[in-house]
Design a protein. Sequence first.
Length: 157
Amino acid sequence: MSRMATCLWFDGQAEEAAAFYVSTFRAAGRPASVDEVLRAPHGVPQTEGKVLLQSFTLDGYALQALNGGPEFHFSPATSLSVLCDSQQEVDHFWQALGEGGQFSQCGWLADRYGFSWQIVPRMLPQLLTGEDRARASRVMQAMLGMTKLEIAKLEAA
């Protein structure tokens, strides 16, 4: 396991978000766990005993959810990509992570917390980088016209 983790900044929803992400990945049959929690120590005004940092793991990837306050917000400049082996997996992650959020183009969505995800069929990079450049161009054009990515349409391009 890596000694590095991506830290996501929340305004009071760190514990809730970590539990949501873990349950979403577990529902897809992927390994996920809520790990260590760091609570505000005794004597810290207004936050004593509340979660400061919640560690969690999604499909072997270490993350941390920090209750940092309202100063910073997520942007699409940072996202996590979920590689999916089937349309069923694409559909699951698209629906579950997108519920209460906002769907975008090309397999991107922002979840209910505003964090961006890319829900990507595992075969897409191979279609886009293969030797058949004309096919790669058709696949790119097909992808640009989609919100949720559809494997059958990408393969048909």
